[in-house]
Design a binder for this molecule. Structure first.
Ligand SMILES: *[C@@H]1O[C@H](CO)[C@@H](O)[C@H](O)[C@H]1NC(C)=O
Ligand SMILES: *[C@@H]1O[C@H](CO)[C@@H](O)[C@H](O)[C@H]1NC(C)=O
Ligand SMILES: *[C@@H]1O[C@H](CO)[C@@H](O)[C@H](O)[C@H]1NC(C)=O
Ligand SMILES: *[C@@H]1O[C@H](CO)[C@@H](O)[C@H](O)[C@H]1NC(C)=O
Ligand SMILES: *[C@@H]1O[C@H](CO)[C@@H](O)[C@H](O)[C@H]1NC(C)=O
Ligand SMILES: *[C@@H]1O[C@H](CO)[C@@H](O)[C@H](O)[C@H]1NC(C)=O
Ligand SMILES: *[C@@H]1O[C@H](CO)[C@@H](O)[C@H](O)[C@H]1NC(C)=O
Ligand SMILES: *[C@@H]1O[C@H](CO)[C@@H](O)[C@H](O)[C@H]1NC(C)=O
Ligand SMILES: *[C@@H]1O[C@H](CO)[C@@H](O)[C@H](O)[C@H]1NC(C)=O
Length: 662
């Protein structure tokens, strides 16, 4: 290597260093009375790091997993979640009068540990423990904590933290969701232990929508959670006495799980690592639509389509910006005001009702005893605050007063579906009926915008991995899936690939809707879809003009199904029906590497460790296909846009089909 090359190399390394916004850490876990934390300084413990992090120009003090990208899913605690600061370099976190205090640019305290009993402040120090607990103690050798972040959790429940209540101090630990994926301010959903020893999920601190049932000390489970008995991941211990109650947990194998957290979508979630590469996502409640008022007032929830929340017909999003961040709580508003109660209204333009089939009924219905559908309608029509009614048979008239919450669209043949009549201004209804095309177009645009936004936002939960296929076959059968065997006939080493019906693919992609489209490859468009069993997947619809027959297609599949490597995108299934040839792949939430490398903001998420892991993964994948796989493949198009990243930023460096990438 000559001098010139050397200089160039040094220069490149220097540039790379500049691009990576490196964090200067104290390399210590303690803030003492004569130290302060500011700018990019952090303190670190074994797995965690504490310092300032930024979201959309707002800065917060928080704790995150030190080996992961700082993002909404890896931040485990936030101090000033409601009071962000704008300049982290002129703000400081320091010990002041025995408290840990955050001072903003104007030197005003915006957050404090608020201890009143002042200890000799000179020796007080803040320590980030290996468990992720930030504690304040009187002096370095003290084992007692004056204050600890575990007592003031935000949205995450780390192993070792106690979530419960103290009967003496009246203190209760409440986990509260973030407002949205870019704002850690308290959202609408929270989890706590109530005084009768059951964990409950609450909407807006008041409405309970999930309970675990009481703690049963003799069987060591919550009464409505019998599955706890089969648990082999967590070592739970529940304590209840006259001083209070709490549950805490540890992990039998600390490497295999991530903490519990309450997500923006109102679910308690956790990623369970069954093996290093096979996570299983736990969500409670399992159905997103079961979360109380998830789509806000006049929003409607749909589990089956790619878009979770939509506004009811005749309504529009109150805050499209929040919706784009998956915060639907603001709900929807009428496009046209009702005529009812409007003294200046034109006579003869009474409000009317829009008939909607296969709906699950909104919350808070009122029952009225009337004998006919006409009567039911007129009761609603004559009360200006009545927004909807439903009529089943005699005496089963229901009306709703005020905002409609928790409306859900079911599939057409769902037994629980009923017909709901929603009150709209006559002119709006006329518009919907006459200009249906236009209305559909509007809906499509909204759907496209929210789906695109979903992709672009840093996804709050990174639990987007796929479950391993070989498992849960019995459940899969429910969805009409059969599997085909590949290999030299009946041998033990043959690969099984599930074959999906076209109907379930159509359901998963909303009939290949534009809104679900992720992009277009050389062989046809790719859609994002949600299959009941696999959850999120990427669905590739091979274009008919690729000119392959079924037999050739099957031959290709046999080959691809044999490729199994952690650095390759997994083929999860396929569909061959009518003219369609469809491949189902794992969904890669972080998209491709170029999106990170060439984006000034995202780039900062790629630290050296991550870069190294990605490079190593690419090399491993290449080595595998070139040398060790049963099917030898030459990768002829290695570039950043062909390296996909999974939820944990592991590279999947091959998108293969027909020997070429796509
Ligand atoms: C900070 O305080 C600690 C103990 O209180 C002491 O050991 C250390 O020397 C001090 N450092 C500075 C820079 O004053
Ligand atoms: C604790 O709260 C309960 C009800 O919320 C109240 O009755 C009681 O007086 C409180 N106790 C203390 C010590 O604050
Ligand atoms: C939540 O409750 C408060 C009152 O406790 C109320 O003012 C607010 O409007 C509620 N939020 C929503 C979204 O309903
Ligand atoms: C607690 O569990 C035991 C064993 O499963 C059961 O026999 C008992 O009825 C339960 N107690 C309550 C109060 O549910
Ligand atoms: C489970 O937790 C308890 C208390 O937290 C502890 O004493 C016990 O050793 C743990 N068991 C295992 C197998 O880790
Ligand atoms: C809380 O303490 C009070 C008295 O201090 C006691 O009467 C009550 O039973 C305790 N509650 C629980 C749940 O133990
Ligand atoms: C409850 O708290 C008191 C005072 O802190 C303590 O003496 C007692 O042992 C505690 N009870 C239990 C069951 O831990
Ligand atoms: C009342 O009705 C008139 C005519 O339909 C309309 O122009 C006006 O905006 C309505 N007022 C309200 C408050 O809805
Ligand atoms: C509308 O109905 C509700 C519930 O029955 C009732 O509380 C309210 O007073 C009614 N309003 C009018 C204007 O009749």
């Amino acid at each position: 290597m000559d001098d010139k090359t050397n200089t160039r190399l040094v220069f490149i390394v220097f540039l790379l260093c500049l691009f990576l916004e490196s964090r200067i850490s104290f390399a210590a876990d303690t803030i003492t009375a004569n130290q302060s934390l500011s700018g990019d300084q952090t303190i670190v413990s074994r797995d965690f790091e504490l310092g300032f992090f930024e979201l959309d120009g707002r800065h917060y003090i928080g704790t995150w997993y030190s080996d992961r990208v700082v993002s909404a899913s890896t931040i485990v605690w936030v101090a000033n979640r409601e009071k962000p600061i704008s300049d982290r370099f002129s703000s400081v976190l320091k010990i002041k009068d025995g408290n840990l205090v955050l001072f903003n640019e104007a030197k005003t305290p915006v957050w404090s540990t608020h201890l009143t009993s002042t200890t000799t402040s000179a020796s007080v120090q803040a320590v980030l423990l290996d468990s992720g607990n930030l504690v304040l103690r009187a002096h370095s050798s003290s084992s007692e904590f004056l204050w600890q972040s575990f007592d003031h959790p935000t949205h995450t429940w780390l192993p070792g933290a106690k979530i419960g209540f103290n009967n003496i101090t009246n203190q209760t630990q409440i986990l509260t969701s973030w407002k949205n994926s870019r704002d850690p301010a308290p959202g609408l959903y929270s989890l706590k232990l109530d005084r009768s020893n059951s964990y409950i999920l609450l909407w807006n601190r008041s409405k309970q929508y999930v309970t675990t049932g009481y703690w049963n000390a003799s069987s060591n489970i919550f009464s409505l959670r019998p599955e706890m008995r089969l648990n082999y991941v967590y070592n739970y211990s529940f304590v209840s006495n006259e001083n209070g109650s709490y549950l805490t947990y540890s992990l039998y194998d600390p490497k295999k799980a991530s903490p519990f957290l309450i997500s923006v979508s109102g679910q308690v979630q956790q990623l369970i690592w069954l093996t290093p590469f096979r996570p299983w996502k736990m969500s409670e409640p399992r159905q997103q639509c079961a979360v109380y008022a998830i789509c806000g007032a006049f929003g409607s929830c749909n589990e089956k389509s790619g878009v979770l929340c939509n506004c009811l017909m005749g309504f529009e999003q109150k805050s499209p910006r929040d919706w784009a961040l998956q915060d639907y709580s603001g709900g929807c508003q009428r496009k046209t005001n009702l005529q009812c109660g409007n003294s200046t209204s034109v006579i003869g333009t009474k409000d009317q009702f829009l008939e909607m089939h296969s709906m699950s009924m909104p919350e808070n219905e009122l029952h009225v005893k009337v004998g006919s559908a006409k009567k039911c309608e007129s009761i609603c029509l004559n009360n200006c605050s009545c927004t909807a009614y439903a009529y089943e048979s005699s005496n089963a008239c229901s009306i709703w007063i005020g905002d409609l919450l928790g409306v859900q669209e079911l599939v057409a043949d769902d037994a629980g579906g009923r017909t709901l009549y929603i009150r709209l201004a006559a002119s709006e209804l006329m518009y919907l009926k006459n200009g249906k095309g236009d209305a559909d177009k509007r809906f499509l645009i909204i759907a496209m915008v929210s789906a695109a936004a979903e992709l672009l936002t840093i996804i709050f939960c990174y639990f987007l991995w796929k479950k391993r296929l070989g498992k849960r076959r019995t459940q899969r059968r429910k969805y009409g899936v059969t599997k085909i065997n590949y290999g030299a006939g009946g041998g033990k080493n043959e690969t099984e690939l599930p074959l999906f019906g076209l109907k379930s693919i159509l359901n998963a992609t909303n009939n290949f809707s534009e809104a679900n489209k992720l992009g277009e490859g050389g062989f046809g468009p790719v859609y994002k879809g949600i299959l009941p069993e696999l959850q999120e997947v990427a669905i590739k619809r091979l274009s008919k003009k690729s000119g392959q027959g079924h037999q050739e297609f099957m031959n290709e599949l046999k080959l691809i199904a044999k490729l199994q490597h952690t650095s390759l995108v997994r083929l999860l299934g396929c569909c061959i029906e009518k003219e369609e040839m469809i491949l189902i792949y794992e969904y890669m939430p972080n998209r491709s590497l170029d999106k990170f490398l060439f984006d000034p903001l995202e780039k900062t998420e790629l630290d050296w460790g991550k870069r190294f892991r990605i490079i190593e993964g690419i090399a491993q994948g290449l080595l595998y296909i070139h040398k060790y796989s049963r099917l030898k493949i030459i990768h002829r198009d290695l570039k950043a846009s062909n390296v996909l990243l999974d939820g944990s930023m592991n590279p999947k460096n091959l998108r293969l089909w027909n020997g070429k990438d796509f």
